[in-house]
Unconditional design. Structure first.
Lengths: 544, 332
């Protein structure tokens, strides 16, 4: 037996920096040391921009051209940074496998799943077609496909998000690697699917004796899976240990990642539970929003034929929203929640039914409803300055002159926590969180009474989500706003909303106060609650 | 698929009708006709002129003449040439074959060169390769086709080694078949080369940029991360995913190649559509002009149709009606 300890993967003094077009160097990782033993799962936790993704790319030597790398990475004592292209190819996929964030983007759209898995197998093993076939069957069953043959023939667009991630996992593991690197493998999936994939990875880990590097910004998913967690900030490891050990940390950054809710309550904002019933009585006389019997179908023409497909996106949806309250609409992807939001905001015309705002037809008071999208980066015109963005609704309504518009825009920027001095910067020069603030300021510029947020916080990492939530609660009490928050995720809703509407297959299956959520007997609700607890174990724990 | 094809062909026929109508009425706006030059000749009497006009049908109104032409087209004649006094289709058909003899190989060879070269240029991103690629393609893009044709002619004349025009040597048509084929191929060499050089640059650029775009995608990076070989990576994963804009370009490249070919044929006196088209325009030989334009239109339509069929066959997403809808996927 070899007495000297040799880890599976050893990263020593790894530095990664990117040269920018202007000649500057941006550091992504500074002196990272990391060891992964055989069969060990190491969670890497960090906010966005902490250098998590540079780590996986450096290990596979797939950093972009403008990256500079220093340090040592060895896999079973084989140096990776100096390996020849042939050795490197054998490591990639053969010994070290990668699954990435977006299952929708990680598979080639024009090649069948079978072709893509076969290519990986062919690159590393020379097997007869018969034994390859057997391997496929086994692998696809292992990742939870009951009928492998159909999946092998299918193209990525024919699979759901969860199925694609399963296929990508099968592709990564087909050659039996010893180390799996998973870069945010759950963040693009809905909560129920997240829980399923997490279970799958846990099972495969012990079944295939896998070591793992699991990269995420969500501490909850690591609680069941990771033996050890390394917390990254600005490219440096600032803490490591098991989840219970890290919970004892006093570092505000670590605490912010592990339990963002704590940050939330340290502010002036009050949690939903304490706002509660009192305010509801005052406002219940007249609902701000009343949706009656709303139905919407999408007819989709077949590209080269006569047959048309009809999809029922909304099926007789009815609910009312009281002024000054927050309601969350949750449901799996494809349950019709976004269509509902678009109908209320007037982007889609419903087939039947009506949307009333303050008992008026929605079309006549469209400015009272504002919609904030998930991705502020693409929802803002990149050529506009911050001032242009915020002032545009006022320009359209035409009630203020230029000087007043500017004064109000700067005021709104300050209100959402942006520096008014930066009003001449272009929208794209702001960070993700700042852009979402800008989107909120723009929505407020129209003097809305109802803000619809379609997964508006989902693109942000947890500490930023907490900050945004605090801001939204402050703005709600300041302007008497009503919120309709749309999400597939139960993460923050329990703190944020008074009411939860659960949607499934275009219908409202339940409409209940958030405190009753756990007692619900409806299967769709139960699935969401169970998955939420599974994925956000850390978060839900703190909330209770 | 079949219904789609039939519908596209139906559209094509309608389009041809439109083109022919437009041509008929446009030529009416022209200030002269086939007999204008003859009218200036004082030896021809007015009666003879009137008789000739009646013979060619030029005394009738445009709608009547159009109807006559349509009838003749249905018979397969496409009208009678004024100048040669034979059915237009018989005049055009051998010329079309000659033109296809140039454009067909040129199309095939230029894509055969451009695709691997473009993929390699996309995969090997070294500064000097990038500069060489940008420089050479810009150079070839900026050379006008007519200059290329003249250069080819100059090469033939100055070297004396290549045939300077025509499709075969006068002696070879009587010789045995195999040497005749070799002779025709020898004559094809310069015009086809000029055509390839003229059409290569835009294809190369499109191949390179499409493949480069795919190489930036997550799925390509993922495939790279799975340790696939370079050849599989580039020519299966990248090229196939990059194929859509290339197929569309293939359809339109048929059209551009055809127009370049007409020009080169005129300069190198290749007996294709080019010289006939030019001559019929100069002589105002109405039905030959219309027939030529109709055939060129057919080529363009066929090019686009081929591109659409290829897209349909190669991209699994196009044929699938469920693509935009998550709830009709295989299973959920």
């Amino acid at each position: 037996m070899d007495s000297t300890y040799a880890p599976l993967l050893r990263v020593a003094g790894l530095r990664v920096a990117y040269r920018t077009a202007g000649g500057a160097r941006v550091s992504a990782l500074r002196s990272l040391d990391l060891e992964v033993a055989e069969r060990e799962v190491v969670g890497v936790l960090g906010a966005s921009g902490s250098g998590k993704s540079s780590l996986t790319q450096a290990v596979l030597r797939m950093l972009p051209r403008n990256a500079e790398v220093e340090g040592q990475i060895s896999f079973r004592r084989q140096e990776i940074l100096t390996a020849g292209s042939r050795e490197l190819r054998n490591l990639r996929g053969g010994e070290i496998a990668l699954i990435s964030q977006e299952p929708a983007l990680a598979l080639n759209p024009v090649l069948s799943i079978g072709r893509q898995i076969d290519d990986v197998l062919n690159a590393h093993r020379s097997l007869s077609s018969q034994s390859r076939k057997e391997k496929f069957q086994l692998m696809l069953r292992d990742v939870g496909f009951p009928d492998p043959d159909r999946i092998l023939r299918a193209y990525p667009h024919q699979l759901s998000g969860g199925q694609r991630q399963r296929a990508a996992i099968a592709q990564a593991l087909i050659c039996g690697p010893s180390l799996l690197m998973a870069d945010e493998p759950l963040s693009a999936l809905d909560t129920v699917t997240q829980a399923e994939i997490l279970d799958l990875l846990t099972r495969l880990k012990s079944q295939m004796n896998l070591a793992m590097i699991f990269i995420t910004h969500n501490a909850g998913v690591l609680s069941a899976l990771a033996d050890r967690i390394v917390v990254l900030r600005d490219g440096e490891p600032i803490a490591s240990g098991s989840l219970p050990q890290l919970r004892l940390s006093s570092d505000p950054y670590v605490r912010g990642l592990l339990c963002p809710q704590k940050n939330l309550f340290s502010s002036s904002a009050k949690p939903a539970s304490s706002r509660g019933a009192g305010s509801r009585d005052e406002c219940s006389a007249q609902p701000i929003l009343r949706v009656r019997n709303l139905s919407k179908s999408f007819v989709q023409k077949k590209v080269f034929g006569r047959k048309a497909f009809s999809v029922r996106a909304l099926d007789q949806v009815e609910f009312a929203l009281e002024a000054g309250t927050t309601t969350a609409i949750i449901g799996r992807s494809g349950s019709g929640k976004s269509t509902l939001a678009r109908c209320i905001a007037g982007f889609e015309k419903p087939d039947t039914g009506s949307v009333e705002i303050h008992a008026k037809e929605a079309e006549k008071s469209s400015r009272a409803v504002q919609l904030i999208f998930q991705d502020a980066g693409s929802a803002l015109n990149p050529r506009f300055t911050a001032l242009d963005v915020v002032a545009e609704p006022m320009l359209i309504s035409g009630q203020l002159n230029a000087a007043d518009r500017k004064r109000r825009a700067l005021h709104l920027m300050a209100e959402v926590g942006l520096d008014p001095e930066s009003h001449l910067r272009k929208a794209l020069e702001f960070s993700g969180g700042q852009r979402q603030r800008l989107a909120v300021a723009r929505a407020l510029a129209a003097n809305p009474q109802l803000l619809i947020m379609d997964e508006s916080l989902a693109g942000l990492d947890l500490p930023l989500q907490a900050q945004m939530l605090r801001l939204l609660l402050d703005l709600q009490s300041l302007h008497g706003l009503s919120y309709l928050y749309i999400s597939h995720d139960l993460n923050f809703i329990s703190l944020f909303a008074e009411n939860v509407i659960v949607m499934d297959q275009g219908r409202i299956v339940e409409d209940l106060p958030v405190s009753m959520l756990a007692q619900s007997s409806h299967p769709a609700t139960q699935a969401l609650v169970a998955a939420g607890e599974r994925v956000h174990a850390a978060g839900v724990e703190v909330a209770q | 698929m079949i219904t789609y094809l039939l519908r596209r062909i139906g559209h094509g026929i309608l389009l041809l009708f439109g083109v022919s109508l437009l041509l008929f009425f446009l030529q009416q706006a022209a200030p002269a006709d086939f007999l204008t030059d003859m009218r200036l000749n004082s030896q021809i009497s007015d009666q003879t002129m009137a008789a000739l006009r009646a013979q060619y049908g030029l005394d009738q109104s445009v709608p009547v003449r159009y109807l006559h032409w349509v009838k003749s087209s249905i018979r397969g004649d496409l009208g009678i040439s004024f100048a040669y006094n034979v059915p237009v289709s018989g005049l055009i058909w051998p010329r079309i074959q000659h033109t296809v003899l140039l454009t067909g190989p040129a199309l095939f060879i230029s894509w055969l060169i451009a695709v691997p070269l473009g993929v390699l240029a996309a995969a090997n991103r070294k500064p000097w390769i990038d500069r060489l690629f940008a420089g050479s393609t810009s150079l070839f893009l900026s050379v006008p086709d007519i200059l290329l044709a003249l250069l080819a002619l100059l090469l033939a004349l100055s070297s004396g080694k290549f045939p300077a025009g025509g499709m075969s040597s006068s002696s070879s048509s009587t010789a045995i078949a195999s040497s005749h084929v070799r002779d025709v191929m020898w004559h094809m060499l310069l015009p086809v080369t000029a055509l390839i050089i003229g059409s290569l640059a835009p294809i190369l650029r499109q191949v390179r940029s499409s493949v480069m775009e795919v190489m930036d995608t997550t799925y390509f990076r993922a495939a790279e991360g799975h340790g696939l070989g370079r050849f599989t990576l580039l020519f299966r994963h990248a090229l196939q995913a990059a194929a859509n804009p290339l197929i569309t370009l293939f359809g339109t490249s048929i059209a551009t190649l055809l127009s370049t070919s007409l020009l080169i044929e005129v300069i190198m006196s290749w007996p294709g559509m080019g010289p006939l088209f030019l001559e019929s325009i100069q002589a105002r030989d109405l039905f030959v002009v219309i027939g030529s334009v109709m055939f060129i239109t057919v080529f363009l339509l066929a090019g686009n149709l081929i591109a659409d069929i290829l897209l349909f066959v190669l991209d699994p997403r196009i044929a699938d009606p469920r693509i935009a809808d998550p709830r009709t996927r295989v299973d959920a």
